[in-house]
Design a binder for this molecule. Structure first.
Ligand code: AHR
Length: 331
């Protein structure tokens, strides 16, 4: 996977070595049958708390993790689906702590409210790796590494394309936001707004569709009922954009023509709609995080230095580029 890494920290390496020493001698709160061997032997036990199954992107991300953290690759994976609820993730993390996992990894549904449970993991000597979404904390010693895309940049790239193609036309835009309080919803909104600042594109409504197709459809139906003119939709993910397409078609309008649509993710269904002319532009969010997670988990358990932030690189697609990429598209 293409990626950028930065922010190595000696303090982080020292604390990782301490964790490795703890787990290697059977410490780290190792109380459960699912626990691995502390990294000294072949198998690393890893508990992964996934956000949910809200989107095509999430399905691809789950597959990447499950396909990589396999027994053949040296892992014993315990996987849980939080159904988009923070309390379920906290419960899962506590259970992984109680089982004495070698490593805990999770994709936080929202940004805030993690300090207490992360401190519990730290007290138990269990290293935590964040994937996909960030946490908002003053204390970055509570996790070892964060692997994922730059969501502000994704929003900015979507906004730049819109500004380059539509500024000067007085377009009225609606926004389908992701899950309230989640890193991608906060960051993509910020990046997009920054990129269209100073243009004549007017944001007339913005609501959350919770990153789901059903949510995107429902919110778009509401927008179409309450606004006489909508020229452009910015959806924080493909699934909400695909839901918006259903609402637009049901209203007798042509998506991609009467109402332009820009989304983020570039999963197969989104790319197909782009190639079909129903979406106008997509910025990719790469879901294939399994390999990086496996590499970082192995290093952490071995007491090696890891990068505090691993930024996954994303592409972007026009309608023509989507048609070209689709036949070999992995997700
Ligand atoms: O956190 C990544 C986002 O979560 C994806 O863009 C979206 O599809 C998913 O639900």
């Amino acid at each position: 996977m293409k990626r950028k890494t930065f922010l190595r920290s000696a303090a982080a390496a020292a604390s990782i070595a301490a964790v490795a020493a703890l787990t290697a001698c059977g410490g780290g709160g190792d109380t459960g049958a699912a626990a691995g061997d502390g990294g000294g032997g072949d198998t690393i036990s890893i508990g992964f708390s996934q956000v949910g199954a809200e989107s095509g992107w999430r399905a691809a991300n789950t597959k990447s993790i499950q396909d990589t953290l396999t027994a053949e690759n040296g892992f014993e994976l315990s996987f849980s689906d939080a159904q988009q609820k923070q309390e379920n993730q906290i419960q899962a993390i506590r259970s992984y702590i109680a089982q004495g996992m070698d490593v805990i990894a999770f994709s936080p549904v929202v940004e805030t409210g993690w300090d207490a449970v992360l401190q519990e993991a730290k007290n138990a000597g269990i290293p935590v790796i964040l994937t996909d979404r960030a946490v908002d904390t003053e204390d970055d010693s509570l996790y070892e590494s964060f692997i994922g895309s730059d969501f502000v940049l994704e929003g900015e790239r979507a906004g730049q394309w819109v500004a380059e193609n539509f500024d000067g036309q007085g377009l009225k835009m609606v926004e389908l936001q992701g899950t309230t309080g989640s890193a991608p919803a906060i960051d993509r909104k910020e990046g997009f707004a920054k990129a269209v600042e100073g243009t004549d594109i007017e944001l007339i409504d913005s609501q959350t569709g919770d990153f789901t197709r059903a949510g995107g459809k429902q919110v778009m139906e509401g927008f179409l009922n309450s606004h006489d003119q909508i020229d452009l939709v910015f959806a924080h993910n493909d699934d909400m954009g695909l839901g918006a397409i259903e609402a637009i078609e049901a209203a007798g309008l042509t998506p991609g023509e009467d109402i332009k649509i820009v989304t983020i993710d570039a999963v197969k269904d989104g790319m197909q709609a782009l190639a079909d002319g129903k979406i106008n532009y997509i910025v990719e969010c790469n879901p294939m995080l399994g390999e990086d997670l496996a590499e970082v988990a192995k290093k952490v358990v071995a007491g090696e230095e890891v990068e505090k932030r691993i930024v996954v690189e994303d592409a972007e697609f026009t309608q023509e580029q989507a048609a070209e990429a689709l036949p070999t598209r992995e997700y």
